[in-house]
Write a protein that binds this ligand. Structure first.
Ligand code: ADP
Ligand code: MG
Length: 700
């Protein structure tokens, strides 16, 4: 009997093996040339593949196909077409032409474009990403073939998150290959980055959604007094998985396996109701596509099982938020991981060149990495006691730090290193296991990959990987240019280490990233401390940012301008939405309960005293509630006023106002509501509390 994984894995994916079986060898070879060398796709090849794809989909019961893309909303988008087409005889036939596979048109004027698409040219087009496999989605309504695509304007400007990612992969490939060639590697034809994304999430009972407008409308709670039972008391982390959660995880695994997503690890996370899944890593663009599917599938499976999956970065205060650890490495098509320390000094020198390229890149462009994780929701998570700080630094572990020190002293005293080529001491073999687990670092070297822990749980990974690929490509370009011009290769390798390690040492930090001392130390080192999203977005206006992206063909100036506007708008909208929701809950849920309770309280005391009871001190309790309610009302009016104030037309000013006015007043109002939650009887509080939600049966 087949194991369940073997039976299900890739069942709904038009994977490479299937393609190879179903199309002629030359068509397959032609596609491979496009994938490997970026050659333009031959129209005949496209027709053959389209036909094979459709036949497979139709055999499996599909009636529709869709170009699936990732607009700047951060979600995915799809528009379905059936395979129906008129044939020559005036009848109907099922068809997917090569042209339709490669390119789709869409009137996508409602997607955010930051002014890139002028209104007279509202059309955009989707272009097939032939490196990411198509797949089938089975829904109650039917079966649809999903074709991963990039989304551009008619002038070819990127309107999505995938296009820049694909461009950044090109840049990385080009410059990494130059380095490999300099080290004598003739076999590698392609260098790709790989990503394994650990995805954190919360599961709560679906019934709570209807009872909490904040969760229902924004995916997170916007008010709530501290729970009686804190995170520390739960020992949820890695705890036994309850039956109800296990049922969810099993169905999730099965659905993901069918889509060809190698779901591998699952466990309870630190906060109550918090969990994590991780797949086996894949080429970066595929990993990003798959992560979108993971998020969508989580929501769908949860819903089917009477649960709600919260992907928001900070659904509950007082307990941990959720991130998405982006494990990132660069590898060759010959299967070599370029962050794997080698066995010989020669290999090690190459390894250290790639490592120092990352160190240089992250130090030079820390602000861009910070921006790639910036959102209104992630602002609430980053810098908390449980999440990496908003300051970028690199953790390399003691062994590597030691090695770096040695390299530095060797290059300082070349006479000591006569016996060592490249001035590189041999790395200890066990080094991978020895990299200690510093969970407080935002960017940690974990033996043969970097783990970037800042991305938020709901974010698209295309953002941070576009940045990583581009900034490392720039460093590799810089290094390759120096090496190509050098007369003495080995001496130049040594010089490069020296320059990078001395010039960018400040980004290396092995200590506790959560500590207050680190903030002070980081400021002393001159590392950028970017507190919030509005501040982070400003980096897109910097000339060096624009130069970097233009030089590597990742974003044009107008694409960056567009993104700048879209990010600011999204931030402002999100903060204003949250403000409106809190104001609404305060006015229409909490206020009426307060008035009713106070009047009931007062009447009861009068009645009690009329029958001779003392009710000593109870007036004071009543006064407390009255005062808390008055304070809440004052806060409410202040917030309502802030929400009504006209929005400045300048987007940066509007966002800054949202942060400094609406957000501050929202938080003050929430606090005032929380005080009332603690004063009013549980039985009349108009919404479930943190204790209700977090300690529901799925938790115990
Ligand atoms: P943990 O960090 O929880 O110990 P692992 O290190 O095993 O877990 O892996 C976490 C994620 O990193 C997984 O998705 C895994 O596939 C991915 N990963 C492992 N090796 C690499 C690599 N060389 N490049 C990119 N991702 C990798
Ligand atoms: Mg990890």
């Amino acid at each position: 009997m087949k194991n369940k994984i073997e039976e299900l894995f890739g069942k709904n994916q038009f994977h490479d093996k299937l393609l190879k079986e179903r199309i002629p060898a030359e068509a397959y070879a032609s596609l491979q040339r496009t994938i490997q060398e970026g050659a333009e796709l031959n129209p005949q090849t496209a027709s053959v593949i389209a036909q094979a794809m459709m036949e497979w989909a139709v055999e499996r019961g599909a009636t529709h196909y869709t170009h699936w893309f990732q607009p700047l909303t951060g979600f995915t988008a799809e528009k379905h077409d059936s395979f129906l087409e008129a044939d020559e005889e005036g009848g109907m036939t099922l068809r997917l032409s090569g042209k339709r596979l490669i390119k789709g048109e869409s009137d996508a004027s409602s997607f955010p474009s930051g002014g890139l698409r002028s209104t007279f040219e509202a059309r955009g087009y989707t272009a097939w990403d032939c490196t990411s496999p198509a797949f089938l989605k089975e829904d109650n309504g039917g079966i649809t073939l999903y074709i991963p695509t990039a989304f551009c304007s008619y002038n070819g400007e990127a309107l999505d998150k995938k296009t820049p990612l694909l461009r950044s992969m090109e840049a990385l490939n080009k410059h990494a290959l130059r380095i490999l060639r300099l080290f004598g590697d003739k076999e590698t034809t392609k260098v790709l980055s790989n990503v394994g994304a650990e995805q954190e999430y919360f599961l709560i009972d679906k019934a709570f959604l209807k009872q909490r407008w904040d969760i229902h409308l924004t995916g997170k709670t916007l008010m709530g007094a501290p729970p009686l039972k804190g995170q520390a008391a739960t020992q949820h982390y890695y705890g036994a998985i309850t039956d109800r959660v296990s049922r969810f995880m099993n169905e999730l695994d099965e659905e993901l396996w069918k889509l060809g997503i190698p779901s591998k690890t699952k466990h309870n996370e630190a906060a109550p109701c918090q969990y994590e899944m991780a797949p086996i890593y894949a080429t970066v663009n595929i990993a990003c596509d798959q992560n979108h599917l993971v998020m969508e599938t989580m929501k769908k499976v949860a819903d089917r099982q009477g649960l709600a999956c919260l992907l928001n970065e900070k659904p509950f205060p007082y307990v941990n938020g959720s991130g998405k650890h982006n494990n990132w490495s660069i590898g060759t098509d010959t299967g070599h991981n370029l962050f794997e320390p080698g066995k010989t000094p020669y290999d090690n020198a190459q390894f250290l060149i790639f490592l120092s390229a990352v160190i240089r890149a992250v130090d030079k462009h820390a602000a861009l990495l910070r921006l790639s994780c910036a959102s209104a929701s992630n602002d609430r998570r980053l810098g908390g006691d449980e999440a990496p700080p908003a300051i970028i630094s690199i953790f390399v572990g003691d062994d590597l730090m030691d090695l770096i020190e040695k390299v530095k002293s060797n290059v300082e005293h070349p006479e000591r290193t006569v016996t060592l080529r490249f001035g590189v001491p041999t790395l200890p073999e066990v080094y991978r296991d020895a990299t200690d687990r510093n969970r407080t670092s935002p960017f940690a070297f974990t033996g043969n990959k970097f783990e970037f822990r800042m991305p938020g749980s709901s974010q698209s990974l295309s953002e941070c990987n576009t940045v990583l690929n581009t900034i490392v490509a720039e460093s590799l370009d810089h290094i390759a240019t120096r090496l190509e011009m050098a007369d003495d290769f080995e001496a130049e390798v040594r010089e490069i280490f020296r320059d990078i390690l001395f010039g960018h040492e400040r980004i290396l930090f092995n200590g506790d990233g959560y500590s207050k001392e680190w903030h002070e130390e980081a400021a002393r080192r001159g590392l950028p401390i970017i507190k919030d999203t509005v501040e982070a977005i400003g980096v897109l206006k910097n000339v060096p940012t624009q130069r970097l992206y233009e030089r590597y063909g990742v974003f044009t100036a107008s694409e960056l301008e567009a993104r700048y506007e879209v990010l600011l708008e999204q931030y402002t909208e999100q903060i204003r939405l949250e403000g409106s929701v809190v104001a609404d809950m305060a006015r229409r849920q909490i206020m009426p309960v307060c008035v009713e309770h106070l009047s009931h309280f007062a009447t009861s005391i009068v009645a009690a005293r009329a029958s001779g009871l003392d009710c000593k001190g109870m007036d004071e309790d009543m006064v407390d509630i009255d005062e808390a309610a008055s304070l809440m009302r004052r806060r409410l009016i202040e917030l309502e006023r802030a929400l009504k104030a006209p929005l400045p037309s300048d987007k940066a000013r509007a966002a800054a106002l949202a942060r400094d006015d609406v957000l501050v007043k929202t938080q003050l109002l929430s606090k005032a509501c929380d005080r009332l939650e603690k004063l009013l009887p549980r039985s009349i509080w108009p919404m479930p509390t943190f204790d209700d939600i977090l300690y529901e049966e799925i938790q115990v």
